[in-house]
Write a protein that binds this ligand. Structure first.
Ligand SMILES: NC(=O)c1ccc[n+]([C@@H]2O[C@H](COP(=O)([O-])OP(=O)(O)OC[C@H]3O[C@@H](n4cnc5c(N)ncnc54)[C@H](O)[C@@H]3O)[C@@H](O)[C@H]2O)c1
Length: 361
């Protein structure tokens, strides 16, 4: 099976292809290609590992300006020129480093992306963003530089640990929930009868999610309006990810972050109305995350004070207001600004505590 669609972008429009049942060793790029690949994948899939590939571990510690510098240096040593093409194979970490490296190498070379995690397939592969960590600040540097083409081979999901599938599903359901049309219902029906991990419908979930995200990024390519709603769960999620010292991975942290955001919305609203759409999401995400074996322990060790400190330093806040994405009483997302003061600080800390308590053993 192969599905092809186009993402319109003012920078450069690009194609997404979803393949199932294709051999991994068909991964190639145009002539003059240089490959940047997750080091772990070179062991897992020796047949797709190029002799002169640039390898790096897919860890948060790799997402730095220093790594980008070393990729650029290696490209030069290997003889890459302005006519060269970068092929990136890996999850979101490889994508972030590849985007930034391709955009800056000799002022920009074209690139192709093969996402290998479900999170990369359902979410990060489109939208053109790069995010690089600097010092203690996660995703603080970055730019927009879409690839020429994204080729999604769902076979890669067969080797992903269950936690990585759950992480991808958290991002997928977030995108579908953000939609005001039918995407959330469609997502739920694709996952309804298949247990926690809907292995047989992953390709359909990927297509549904990417087509839904496409609407957001084509309307608001540079995060000025509606696309900001896709940050649902992220401000709290990044805080949890960092405060856990990355023991809780990005997608899982976004899942917890959505629960914290829902908790916040109920605390902020003077007359909280438990909206059924929001409750369905809450229960689905809570149950999905129960499949992450280490989560209860990781959350028990997480300090709400430290998570709050990370929350405060998020780049999406204003000087005197915290910016959060929460559901309204009708169950749809909106951007809410709350004043930076002791009351708001307590609300945030208490919301972290409430969700930690959900997973207490
Ligand atoms: N730029 C964006 O738009 C964007 C969006 C979302 C997330 N992100 C970033 O993406 C990162 C998270 O990315 P991720 O969750 O895709 O994972 P990742 O790249 O961190 O990889 C997760 C783990 O899975 C392994 N792995 C990768 N493919 C595999 C496969 N097919 N089989 C077995 N193991 C495999 C990796 O080696 C790694 O250990 C975070 O840094 C986040 O900030 C970026």
């Amino acid at each position: 099976m192969s599905v092809l669609f186009k993402i319109n972008s003012s920078i450069k429009s690009y194609q997404v292809e979803i393949l199932t049942s294709r051999l991994h060793n068909e991964l190639t790029g145009p002539d003059q290609s240089f490959v940047l690949i997750d080091e772990y994948l070179t062991k897992l899939y020796p047949s797709i590992s190029p002799e002169n590939g640039i390898t790096m571990p897919a860890t948060e510690e790799s997402k730095t300006l220093e790594t980008v510098g070393s990729v650029i240096e290696k490209l030069r040593t290997l003889g890459a020129s302005r006519d060269s093409h970068l092929v990136a194979i890996g999850g979101g970490v490889i994508q972030d480093v590849a985007t930034f490296s391709a955009s800056t190498y000799m002022r920009g070379i074209p690139w192709t992306y093969y996402p290998t995690t479900l999170l990369g397939m359902v979410d990060s592969c489109i939208g053109g963003k790069s995010s690089i960590n600097v010092g203690q600040y996660k995703n603080i540097a970055g730019n927009f530089y879409p690839p020429e083409k994204i080729i999604i081979n769902t076979d890669f999901c067969t080797t992903l640990p269950e936690t990585e599938i759950i992480a991808g599903l958290c991002e997928a359901v977030k995108i579908c929930f953000a939609d005001t049309g039918s995407a959330f219902d469609e997502y739920l029906s694709l996952t309804k009868s298949t247990g926690l991990i809907p292995e047989d419908s992953l390709a359909e979930i990927i297509e549904l999610t990417l087509r839904t995200k496409k609407k957001f990024i084509e309307e608001d390519e540079f995060d000025q309006g509606i696309r900001l709603l896709l940050n649902f769960g992220h401000t709290f999620g990044h805080a949890i990810e960092a405060a856990s010292h990355f023991a809780i991975t990005h997608g899982v942290a976004v899942g917890i972050g959505m629960l914290v955001a829902i908790e916040m919305s109920e605390k902020i609203n003077p007359q909280p109305v438990k909206n059924p759409r929001v409750q369905v999401l809450f229960n689905y995400v809570r149950q999905l995350l129960s499949g992450v074996a280490s989560l209860a322990q990781d959350l028990a060790e997480l300090s709400s004070e430290e998570a709050f400190n990370k929350f405060k330093s998020d780049k999406k806040h204003r000087q005197h207001e915290y910016a959060i994405i929460i559901p309204d009483t009708n169950g749809y997302l909106y951007r809410k600004f709350i004043p930076v003061n002791a009351h708001s600080d307590d609300l945030v800390k208490n919301s972290f505590e409430s969700i930690k308590a959900v997973y207490e053993v």
